[in-house]
Design a protein around this ligand. Structure first.
Ligand code: MN
Ligand code: MN
Length: 325
């Protein structure tokens, strides 16, 4: 898509969305936020990259269509954040860098491709926000982020699920086990990490043993909504200071009313407003990467979940704009 040099003309780079006042929002070829689609080696700061893969889904597949779905919803993407009083285009060059070439019938081959792609991209000095994909795609990304950063990162993990589950059907790698592998492989600093939006039902009480043993903080929906409630919860969030942080946002942290298009919906979740407030309150000086996963357009209604994915990406770009790599 040709970008529009007249939009925000005071900022002289080419990474501006096509203006909806020049080209109607329903027109044109769809990219994330109507941003230029560029080669990974170009001179942007933050790349939005699709990871279309659902070979790790245990229940409802279809997350492979999320990058296309979020690009479709990007017709309504805008750049000015009212909470931050800032257009991300003033602080960052953001681009659509396309999709990682996945292997739809092979999870381990897909992991190799994701690692190669992110390894090369991170070596170029870029930061990325990945649009999944089921949650199994986060593990290979974290492996490369860990290598690049040189130490374990603090994980902020939005999810209904702990994703610390054991092997299933004799398979170690699936969308419910990325967080366990991330701890076991030394990719994340468990005691400095937090899981937000967790709720039952669980298969058994021992599902909580892993997070207890490793000291991961678990913030349940009850904690966020009732005791102490949203404001108290936000006040209790740590200041991440200069520590490297990675944010992984599984849309099923939201209630199915707010995100019906997902692989493993769980009733009783967060509202979009609550997750926006939490994302806006995070104090991070060094955000090294992020993803939004588990959007499943096949089960979406009126594009609700695809729009949420776009909105989460918008908040993540805002956090990237206020932090360095
Ligand atoms: Mn998950
Ligand atoms: Mn989940």
């Amino acid at each position: 898509m040709a970008n529009n040099p007249t939009a925000n003309s005071s900022i002289s780079h080419r990474y501006h969305p096509t203006s909806g006042r020049e080209v109607p929002r329903f027109a044109g070829i769809k990219t994330f936020f109507r941003l230029p689609y560029v080669d990974v080696k170009e001179d942007y700061d933050v790349g939005l990259v699709g990871v279309p893969f659902d070979g790790g889904a245990s229940y409802r597949p279809g997350q492979r269509f999320a990058p296309v779905g979020v690009r479709e919803a990007s017709s309504l993407g805008r750049v000015f954040h009212m909470g931050r009083m800032m257009a991300f285009t003033q602080k960052l060059k953001v681009a659509d860098v396309g999709d990682v070439p996945t292997v739809p019938v092979d999870l381990l081959k897909t992991y190799e491709r994701i690692q190669t792609w992110f390894g090369n991209g991170l070596a170029l000095g870029k930061r990325f926000i990945a649009v999944g994909g089921d949650h199994s795609i986060t593990l290979p990304i974290l492996r490369e982020v860990r290598k690049h950063v040189g130490k374990p990162v603090r994980l902020i993990h939005f999810d209904a699920h702990l994703d610390t589950y054991p092997a299933a059907w004799d398979c170690e790698y699936h969308h419910g086990s990325f967080a366990r592998h991330a701890v076991e492989e030394g990719l994340i600093d468990a005691k400095g990490s937090i899981q937000i939006g967790i709720r039952g039902p669980l298969a058994g009480g021992d599902d909580l043993d892993f997070v207890k043993k490793h000291g991961i903080r678990v913030a349940t929906v009850d904690e966020i909504r009732l005791r102490p409630g949203l404001e108290g919860f936000i006040k209790s969030l740590p200041d991440f200071g200069d520590d490297p942080v990675y944010i992984s946002f599984d849309v099923d942290c939201l209630d199915p009313a707010y995100a019906p298009g997902t692989g493993t919906p769980v009733p009783g979740g967060l509202t979009t407003f609550e997750t926006q407030q939490i994302l806006r309150a995070l104090k991070i000086k060094r955000l090294v990467g992020a993803d939004v996963v588990e959007i499943n357009p096949a089960y979406d209604v009126s594009d609700i979940t695809q729009l949420v994915g776009l909105d989460v990406a918008f908040e993540l770009i805002g956090l990237m704009a206020e932090s360095k790599r």
